[in-house]
Design a protein around this ligand. Sequence first.
Ligand code: C2E
Ligand code: CA
Ligand code: CA
Length: 299
Amino acid sequence: MDTTVDKLLQDATLALSHMDSGRSGSIHFYEDSMEETVIREDRIEKSLRTIIYSGGNDNFYLCYQPKLDLTTKRITGFEALARLKLEDLGFVSPLEFIDIAERRQLIYDLGRIILKESCEFISGAHAMGFDDIGVSINISGIQLLRKEFVEDVSELAKQFEMDLGCLEFEITESVLLENYEIINHKLKQLKDMGIKISIDDFGTGFSSLARLKELNIDIVKIDKYFIDAVAEKDKDSLITADIISMSHKLGLKVVAEGVENREQLYYLEKNNCDIVQGYLISKPLRKQEAIEKLEESKL
Ligand code: C2E
Ligand code: CA
Ligand code: CA
C-alpha cells in the first residue's frame, strides 16, 4: 500500500475538502471514493478545457427538445440541452459536467460555445424557411454576473444577423437567491434587447407568485414536479392550475416541462397552458432530427 507522507497529506486534504465549511470541530475520514470522485472530475475538467480550447469538438454537442404551442399545435421552439460523451466515461450528465464547469471557472467559456451553437441552429432553421423558430438556452448565474455577458450576446446576434427575439434564456430560481438586485437588473437589460426570459423549474425554489411581479421575466416554466402531480391526482395538481392562471394574470406565458402522458396534456390544455415540452411530444433530438421534426410539424 502507498503510505508516503505526500499521499497521507493528499488524502487528508481530500477529506478536508469534504467537510461542511460552516461547521468547525467535526471529524472527517478519508475514503477511497473521494479520490475516485476527484479523478473523475479532473478527467471531465480536462475534456471541457480541450472543448473550450478547440472552440468545440465531437465530444460535445447540443440536443434540441421541441416545444409545442398549444394554441397553434405547432412546434415553435426548442430547448438547447448540452451533451458530453467521452470515450472512457461514456455519456456524462449535464447535471454533473455543468456543475464541474461552474466550480472550475469554465462555465463562461463553455456557455459561449453553447450560445454560438444555438445561434447557428436558429439561423440554419430560419434559412430553411422556419422563420419563427426560437431556442431557449439554460444560463448559469455565473454567466449573468460576468460584466461582458450582455455585450457578448449582442455581438453574437450581430454576427448571425439574428433577431434577439428568437432567443430565450432559462434562469433557475436559485440564481436569484444571491445577488437578486444585480441579476434582476441584468435580466432587464437582456429583456430590453428583445431576449425572452424564463424562470426554469418554477415552484421548486424560493419565488412566490407575488415575487414574479417584480421580476424582469416573460415566461414561467413549471417544474416537472407539478406536472407529475397532475397524473397522480395529487392535491398539488390544483396548484398547477393556479400557477397557470396567476402567471397569466401577471402577463406571463406558461411552459410546462416533463409532459409524459396524455392525461397531463389534456389537463394543461384545459387549464390554458401556452406551451408544452416533454417526452410525450419528443425527446431531445440531434440537430438534423430536430429539423426533420419541424418539417413534419409544418405538414
Ligand atoms: P432542465 O433545464 O430542467 O432540463 C430538463 C431536463 O429534463 C433535461 O435533462 C431533459 O432531457 C429532461 N426531460 C425533458 N423532458 C422530459 C420528460 O418528459 N421526462 C423526464 N423524466 N425528463 C425530461 P438533461 O438534458 O439531462 O439536463 C439536465 C439539466 O442540466 C437541465 O435541467 C439543466 O439544468 C442542465 N443543463 C443542460 N444543458 C445545459 C446548458 O447548456 N447550460 C446550463 N447552464 N445547464 C444545462
Ligand atoms: Ca431548462
Ligand atoms: Ca427545468
